[in-house]
Design a protein around this ligand. Structure first.
Ligand SMILES: [Zn+2]
Length: 334
């Protein structure tokens, strides 16, 4: 009891918002020196709102969470928001969102701050996942860390000397768009042969379906009953765990592609730890092992000696924790 009282007296409250392609999730988070706890939560579906209505909905919910904290006698220090796209971190401008239409050059900070009356910070979601893992998760205690999120897209966040590295145009960490085949297929970014084009969710499934249509033998075939479009990553995941050679090979290839990219990252930055998260990462050991092996084969041995490659701790909660932690991290900087 005594210990808990001490924590309460030293704690700081912030609000974290994870603005995703499907849901907007908001949380009131209490931080103390070595940990945090989510004390209030709300969420709504992104697709039900156009840009202005969505901002209005955020305002309503932020004010509500703020009131919850005030009721408990605590001041909220600010709001951190993670969005799936490039952001001018200094000004709070969202340049573009990957999976949500109608968001071009929107100053989200200016739209929210006068209404919620506490500081608002906006950043790219992969940066914030990296921040969460670095401060409280799988990379806690490490000075430098690279965080890769594998889902529809392949995102990357870079932490150098405990701080997010954003780059001069706020575009650093685009690991998914590193080229692994200069003559490869066209990518959404306009480039060719980007790693995302091989191991983004959609493309893993596309390739598996192509092989199944071509007659490849697999235990997933019986479940599909000829409807190839019903194939999911979970099916490939569970079939591989039951030793289906076709599915095992798919995951090994994911590991090999990602390993080649990470070997480049390791040679470039010589990090202490790489954290891998996102939906695809649920397949865990099925591709983490081949990935680690390729990194070891391709990167400088001296860089691999002290390198750890681990699965993320927070998985889908990393975005919201990182967004809330951003408010405090930004204060530390100044
Ligand atoms: Zn690309």
């Amino acid at each position: 009891m005594k210990q808990d009282r001490r924590k309460v007296s030293n704690c700081r409250y912030t609000i974290g918002v994870d603005f995703g392609g499907t849901f907007v999730k908001l949380a009131l988070v209490r931080f103390w020196e070595k940990g945090f706890r989510i004390e209030g939560f709300s969420s709504f579906e992104t697709k039900n709102y156009n840009k202005d209505a969505l901002i209005e909905q955020m305002v309503i919910r932020i004010i509500k969470l703020k009131a919850e904290s005030t009721y408990k006698g605590n001041r909220v220090r600010g709001v951190g928001i993670g969005v799936p796209g490039r952001v001018d971190f200094d000004k709070g401008i969202v340049f573009d969102l990957t999976n949500v239409s109608g968001w071009k050059n929107v100053n989200l900070k200016d739209a929210l701050q006068p209404k919620v009356k506490i500081p608002v910070l906006v950043d790219n979601d992969a940066n914030l996942m990296a921040l969460a893992e670095s401060k409280f998760g799988a990379a806690k205690g490490h000075k430098d860390c690279i965080c890769v999120t594998m889902g529809t897209g392949i995102g990357g966040g870079i932490i150098l000397n405990h701080k997010v590295y954003r780059g001069i145009s706020f575009a650093a960490g685009e690991i998914g768009h590193m080229t692994i085949n200069e003559n490869g297929p066209l990518c959404i970014c306009g480039g060719k042969g980007c790693v995302e084009r091989y191991i983004g969710n959609r493309y893993i499934l596309e390739e598996a379906i192509r092989r199944l249509r071509g007659g490849a033998k697999s235990s997933v075939r019986a479940k599909l009953n000829g409807r190839y479009s019903n194939l999911t990553l979970e099916m490939l995941n569970s079939a591989a765990r039951k030793k289906d050679p076709f599915s095992i090979l798919i995951w090994q290839e994911v590991g090999k592609h990602m390993g080649a990219v990470l070997a480049n990252v390791v040679n470039l930055l010589n990090p202490e730890i790489i954290v891998v998260g996102g939906g695809v990462a649920k397949a865990g050991a099925l591709f983490l092992e081949p990935m680690r092996r390729i990194v070891k084969e391709r990167a400088f041995q001296v860089s691999c000696r002290n390198l750890k490659i681990v699965a993320s701790k927070f998985s889908n909660k990393a975005g919201i924790i990182g967004a809330a932690a951003l408010v405090l991290a930004n204060k530390e900087k100044k």
